[in-house]
Design a binder for this molecule. Structure first.
Ligand code: NAD
Length: 358
């Protein structure tokens, strides 16, 4: 029996995590699901720190299933991603027949965006430009201009380390190799702006190139990030594994999600060191539809597929994936974002039915 800690976050996170946990339980999967509190008892409305007992449970669990963060649960995702150092983001984008893709022909889209989760610009080292001018009086841009030419403003620091770039490159190669064993072409593409950011992005680009170059079974490709965005829409089938720094991965994985069927269908896994990982949909708390019972549970159910696979429950993972595919193929129990009229609960019930009938 494996232990999963479920942290729903807020908004539709609660609805889709409840649905996914009910399905795993009703399907008789060998998992024990714990739901510890996300806030200290008596915490003011609007959040508060994740209780220490919950952190301990999440650290000790075999995996964590997270819903979606919003303003009152940003601490939860911050802890999962930053403090637990879940540096390796895996964001598959796969079209299942019956999904509502904006592309006329989406058949065969099956790629994975690997997002470096811990570095880049998102840790949020920002400040007043005046501080930067004082700290880096000799700083020059590519045209030799100093910081004094700027008036008042703010700055943000983007960090790329050799260790971080190499670690995510090796991780992307492992993902590409596992996919190659299942018939994918074994291509690791990397998207940067190394033509403009010749130190930071170039370090990432060349590190990935070197690591993939050392793997004779894999092919390396590089695209400038703007070109990669365009290609994901125009030639999505040409991608296998696409590895990116934090912010580019955030943006390109949303583009990749949309070409397959939208945010409602995009799952993710986030891996840290020592086998610890948490799983979450790519979407947020969706305040525009929260509480209406119409959120698409697919992103969370497909996150459970990744989670079950991680737990070594490959048969359950494959069966759940096939059940989701069946429900899309039937087209009778889809939520409004996919053109149907089903609720979160009725769509999840249809997936459970398809799971049981295999
Ligand atoms: P969002 O992902 O919550 O919603 C974007 C759009 O997609 C909305 O129109 C929403 O209705 C739709 N959508 C998303 N998931 C859906 C689903 N399962 N079924 C049907 N439709 C779905 O992004 P947002 O509106 O920009 O952000 C809302 C909040 O979520 C913000 O507080 C933001 O910070 C947070 N957020 C959290 C995460 C996370 O937890 N990883 C990711 C993105 C945004």
């Amino acid at each position: 029996m494996k232990t999963i800690v479920a942290l729903p976050g807020e908004g539709i996170g609660i609805e889709v995590v409840d649905a996914a946990c009910e399905l795993m339980t009703a399907a008789g999967m060998p998992v024990k699901i714990l739901t510890p509190p996300q806030h200290e008892t008596g915490a003011p409305t609007g959040g508060g720190a994740l209780p220490e007992s919950t952190r301990r449970a999440a650290r000790e669990a075999d995996a964590v299933l997270f819903g979606a963060a919003g303003p009152s649960t940003s601490d939860v995702v911050a802890w999962l991603r930053w403090e637990m150092e879940a540096w390796g983001g895996v964001r598959p984008s796969k079209f299942y027949r019956g999904m509502r893709s904006p592309l006329a022909d989406a058949d065969g889209i099956d790629l994975v965006v690997i997002r470096e989760n811990s570095e880049g610009i998102y840790p949020g080292r920002e400040g007043d430009l005046a501080e930067l001018k004082r700290a880096l009086p000799g700083s020059r841009d590519r045209l030799g201009r100093g910081l004094d030419g700027y008036g008042e403003g703010r700055y943000a620091v983007k960090v790329v380390t050799c260790r971080g770039a190499e670690r995510i490159a090796r991780f992307a190669c492992d993902v590409a190799r596992k996919r190659k064993a299942r018939g994918h072409p074994g291509i690791v593409a990397c998207a940067t702006k190394s033509n403009v950011l010749r130190q930071s992005d170039a370090l990432f680009h060349h590190t990935v190139e070197e690591v993939v170059g050392g793997c004779p079974d894999l092919t390396f490709e590089h695209f400038h990030v703007d070109d990669a965005a365009r290609r994901l829409i125009r030639f999505p089938r040409s991608f296998d594994v696409l590895v990116c720094m934090n912010q580019y991965g955030d943006i390109l994985s949303d583009v990749a999600a949309e070409v397959a069927g939208g945010l409602g269908v995009a799952p993710s896994a986030n891996h840290g060191d020592g086998g610890w990982a948490y799983f979450e949909s790519v979407h947020g708390s969706a305040p525009d539809i929260a509480g209406r019972g119409i959120a698409n549970p697919t992103a969370t159910l497909l996150s459970c597929v990744l989670l079950l696979d991680h737990l070594g429950l490959a048969a359950e993972a494959e069966r759940l994936d096939a059940a989701v595919a069946r429900v899309y193929g039937d087209g009778k129990a889809l939520t409004p974002d996919q053109g149907g009229t089903a609720t979160t609960k009725t769509m999840t019930a249809a997936v459970l039915g398809a799971y049981r009938n295999q």
